[in-house]
Design a protein. Structure first.
Length: 432
């Protein structure tokens, strides 16, 4: 009664416009009948002109209502219902800009750590970024306006996935020199990926189990709380989100698929990482984490439809590129009759500096004639014709396999684009 009186008192001084109207029903059958009778196409709602809608369904005999099934009460963000579409878009863009800024910071700092310290410390810092930065992203997304928790989780998923995918997969590949792709030195890419896999399997679960934020809340903030209620607030358990957990899965999936052409055994490491993730999440979910609102299958459907499929397409493109670039030496066979490229006998050279910066005391050349060429120039879709006609590095079987892989990756990319935009266009047209 006091709440009702407070609401009536507020209405005496200011007029509040309704942002949304929620209707409850006694039975599920009554709800479905009302939705079927009042449901109108998007065109009818936008223009407020009746096409197929019956006359009795008009509100006050003049207005067409935008009817859809409501979300669960605990998933609705009641304070955000009055936000406009422009305000929501602007806030999301601001969050994406900050996310890209943190991604750029990671791109600038991680290569320096990898070059000047070692790959082990590089992998530890990278895994730490993958845990800490999502917490910052969650704080940013909390300032966005969303009508329900499912929509918020999608925005959170996009921001975290973009950071983790670039931070885990793209940075390592882009910052590795072409000649260090298949090397065995500490700086080379395969050793960096190995260190990253071990870090994801061991370091990340341990950091989650420690729950440093929860320890600080329980042992520092709770004893200093002013009231009993504030003290209890520090014992609610750790917060988790479905978006963050799904991005952790797709990150491992993309990591394995992207580097599998270089390192096929990586799939066994991926299975081990996902196994550890499953039991870590299960124990924390049952013992440590707090209960979250029931948001339904929106996050899992969104992840499966877009990001999981995108990881497979990116993996196919990566495989085609790797097979086209192999053997990553930038050396091509000399064509017959090229006198400038001919070598009769082997020769010895001293104090040789390689392109990677390594310095060798002596190098003995082979009697086989080779010439420098750019093996990274394979185009898309990958095609053996991009290597030219005079200086080639691909074998006959490699050319055939590159052609097959290149066109398959191109077809998968087209199918993904058609499925991505075609689904939205089809849904939009059917809603009219």
């Amino acid at each position: 009664q006091s709440i009702t009186q407070s609401i009536r008192l507020m209405q005496e001084f200011e007029v509040y416009k309704a942002s949304a109207v929620y209707v409850t029903f006694e039975t599920e059958q009554a709800q479905r009948a009302a939705i079927k009778a009042l449901n109108a196409g998007r065109f009818e709602v936008w223009t407020n002109k009746r096409v197929l809608l019956e006359g009795f369904a008009l509100f006050r005999r003049n207005f067409i209502l935008d009817i859809h099934e409501a979300d669960e009460p605990d998933t609705c963000r009641w304070c955000d219902l009055d936000s406009t579409g422009a305000e929501r878009i602007i806030r999301r863009i601001c969050s994406l800009v900050v996310t890209f800024g943190m991604t750029l910071l990671s791109i600038l700092t991680l290569p320096l750590i990898r070059v000047h310290i070692n790959t082990i410390f590089y992998s530890v810092i990278l895994s730490t970024y993958n845990i800490i930065i999502p917490l910052v992203v969650q704080a940013m997304v909390s300032f966005e306006k969303h009508p329900d928790e499912g929509d918020k989780q999608q925005s959170l998923y996009i921001n975290i996935a973009l950071f983790r995918w670039i931070n885990t997969v793209v940075v390592t590949d882009l910052t590795t020199p072409f000649l260090a792709k298949l090397g065995v030195e500490t700086f080379d890419m395969m050793n960096s990926v190995n260190a990253l896999l071990i870090s994801e399997m061991v370091y990340s679960p341990i950091l989650k189990f420690l729950d440093i934020g929860g320890i600080i809340q329980r042992h520092y903030h709770a004893p200093r709380a002013k009231t009993q209620e504030l003290m209890h607030d520090n014992f609610h358990g750790g917060y988790y989100s479905m978006a963050e957990r799904y991005t952790d899965f797709t990150k491992v999936l993309l990591l394995c698929i992207f580097y599998s052409p270089y390192y096929p055994i990586i799939f066994f490491f991926g299975v081990g990482i996902l196994f550890v993730q499953f039991w870590t999440d299960k124990i924390l979910l049952m013992r440590a984490w707090q209960t979250n609102p029931s948001i339904g299958p929106e996050t899992s459907r969104f992840s499966r439809r877009y990001f999981t499929t995108a990881a497979i397409v990116i993996g196919a493109i990566s495989a085609a590129t790797v097979y086209a670039n192999f053997p990553f030496t930038n050396l091509c066979n000399c064509p017959d009759g090229d006198d400038k490229c001919a070598v009769d006998v082997s020769q010895m050279y001293s104090n040789v500096t390689l392109l990677s910066g390594e310095r060798l005391e002596s190098v003995e050349t082979s009697a086989v004639a080779l010439k420098f060429c750019n093996q990274a120039k394979v185009g898309f879709p990958q095609d053996p014709e991009h290597q030219g006609f005079d200086y080639v590095w691909m074998t006959k079987s490699q050319e055939k396999l590159t052609t097959i892989y290149g066109w398959i990756s191109f077809i998968l990319l087209v199918l993904f684009a058609v499925g991505l935009f075609g689904h939205r266009v089809t849904t939009f047209l059917l809603s009219l």
